[in-house]
Each structure stands twice: as C-alpha cells, then as structure tokens.
Ligand binder design. Structure first.
Ligand code: SAM
Length: 303
C-alpha cells in the first residue's frame, strides 16, 4: 500500500453503503441544510460524503473539496459532474491542501464538514480551528468520525462462545496498537468519542451528537447489494497469508504501545486464523453478525 495515496484501500464499492437515505433526510432537517448555500468538505477523497450532502443545500449552492492527495483532487471532479450534471461547473471546485492550512478564505462557507479525516491526523484540534476559520459566523460544522475500536468487539457466529482468555488477549492486542498509533502521531481511530469535548473546548454553540443508524450486517445468503460489496471486499484478501493486515506495520504499532514480541506473534496468528475461518464460513453460508459500528455525527455552530 506504500505507493498508494492515503485511504486508497477504503474507497471501494462498500463505501457507497454507509448511510441510510431516510436517516440523511432527517439529519438534513435537523441541521437546516436547506438554508445553506455553500459547503466545504475537508479531506474529501472522492467525495463520497459531500455528494450525499450537497443535494440538501439551497440551489445554486457553491461547493469546495480539499484533499492533500493530488490523485483524489484530480478524480473527484468527474464524480461530482456525473452526480450533478445540471450544476454550473463554476460552482464546484477542488483544491489540493492540508487540513491544518486550508487554501480557502476566512468566513466563506455556510457549512464545513469532514468524514473520517480527523481520525488520521496527529493534530485534529488544529484542523478543527482551520475548519472554523473558513466557516462564517453562525455557520455549521459537521464532523463524522468513528470509534473504530468497537469494530473488534462484535460477537459473531464463530466467536460468541470462545474462551474469555482469547477475547481478553485480542482486546489487549488491538488496544496496544491503538496506543502505539497515538504515540507515533498517526491519529486516533476512535477520535469520535472525544469530538464533542473538542467542540466545547473551541467555544462552539449548539453542539449536537448523533450516530449513523446503519450497521454492516452479514447473514446468509449475503444477497443484498451492501452485503455483496462487503463479502467482495473481504474476498480480495482471502489468498493473502496475512489476511487484510500488514503484519510489520501492526507489529511496530503494537510494540510502540508497550507490547512484547511473543504475545504479538501468538495473537496475530490467531486473528489471521479467525479471518480465514470467517471466509470459509461465509463460503459455506453459515457466518453471521450484526456488525454494529460507532460512527458519530458531531455538529455545532460557530459563535
Ligand atoms: C478515510 S478518507 C475519507 C474521504 C472522504 N471524507 C470520505 O468519507 O469518503 C481520508 C481522506 O483524508 C485525506 N487526508 C488525510 N490527511 C489529510 C490532511 N492532512 N489534509 C487533507 N486531507 C487529508 C486523505 O487523502 C483521504 O482522502
């Protein structure tokens, strides 16, 4: 993955199934998006999130996407054009830039947003201050960020009755990597838990916290489009000896989080085995789990 731009592995078809449309309809009302006529998406990637939000704005609405990766800045405009062929091209712009030094003017947007971006940054508060800078007074900041630690704790048809010791070991395995990632300045994949407090610290008003209502369940025959996309995504790694994981990277994070080598080897072998067992159980049609995830939507107005 080293030669790939940031998040390339995350932009598969599965990302199109993150949200329930009726939930977004509700959020658009709660956020009063129809009163807004400009939107900036920071760390926009290919615009999966902003293409969902943009239609709720009051037309003709202005849009700006910012990403630090030249490839996404080059590819996202075509996705926007295809999604909104009747929108005047001069209303839509994409910019290469860093979240902590945005190439956009002060007080220039009604809504500023990001989805799963702050979690990757060493200095999320600096990025939030920049997002506030470009937001007009009274404008709305919307950040969607997860607690990804929860993803490791779901019970599945294969793991629900495993011994307590195995669960506890896996918990330590992921927690040490989480701590190692923080220590290495590579972000906080569970940053969502802390966001409301950061908003309060920055003096924002009308802070509101919601959760995405869409889990990612798998149950036979895995026939819904969202389940097919999930199964397909997982299948990519089926023949890899280490499943979807980069062992050396994980080892480095784990050790940095205070772990020891032999513990790492034991648990890494266990999670790879678990992954391959899941693949076999899916192929045999008897794997299932509701796979809830914690994805917060935290919003507030600039005073
Ligand atoms: C997980 S992706 C999310 C993309 C998009 N928000 C979405 O939800 O589909 C994270 C994005 O943040 C971008 N990114 C990472 N660090 C950044 C930074 N310091 N400044 C701007 N963009 C950044 C990456 O290039 C990537 O496109």
């Amino acid at each position: 993955m080293a030669d790939q731009p940031h998040s390339a592995e995350l932009f598969g078809e599965q990302r199109d199934f993150w949200w329930n449309r009726d939930f977004l309809d509700l959020m658009a009302v709660r956020w009063r998006l129809s009163e807004a006529a400009s939107l900036a998406d920071i760390g926009c990637g290919l615009g999966h999130w902003s293409r969902l939000l943009y239609p709720y704005l009051r037309p003709p609405a202005r849009f700006a996407g910012v990403d630090r990766e030249p490839r996404w800045v080059a590819e996202a405009p075509e996705k926007f054009r295809r999604a909104f062929p009747h929108v005047a091209p001069e209303l839509i712009s994409f910019h290469q830039g860093d979240a902590i030094k945005l190439p956009l003017a002060d007080d220039s947007f009604d809504v500023v947003t990001c989805q799963t971006v702050l979690m990757h940054l060493a200095q999320p508060l600096d990025a939030l201050r920049e997002m506030l800078r470009i937001l007009r007074p009274g404008g709305l900041l919307i950040c969607v960020e997860p607690n990804n630690f929860w993803n490791y704790l779901a019970f599945t048809s294969l793991t629900e009755s495993e011994p307590v010791e195995i669960w506890v070991r896996r918990f330590e395995f992921w927690l040490r990597q989480h701590r190692g990632r923080l220590a290495a300045g590579r972000g906080n994949h569970s940053l969502g838990d802390l966001l409301p407090g950061y908003f309060a610290q920055l003096g924002m008003r009308d802070i509101a916290v919601y959760q995405n209502d869409r889990p990612a369940p798998l149950f036979p025959p895995y026939a819904n489009p969202d389940q097919k996309a999930l199964v397909e995504q997982d299948r990519q790694w089926k023949s890899s000896a280490t499943g979807p994981w980069n062992k050396e990277d994980m080892r480095e994070l784990f050790m940095r989080g205070g772990g020891d080598e032999s513990f790492f080897e034991t648990v890494f072998a266990d999670i790879v085995k678990k992954y391959h067992s899941e693949q076999q159980a899916i192929a045999a049609g008897h794997f299932h789990a509701a796979f809830g995830n914690i994805n917060y939507l935290v919003s507030a107005r600039k005073p």
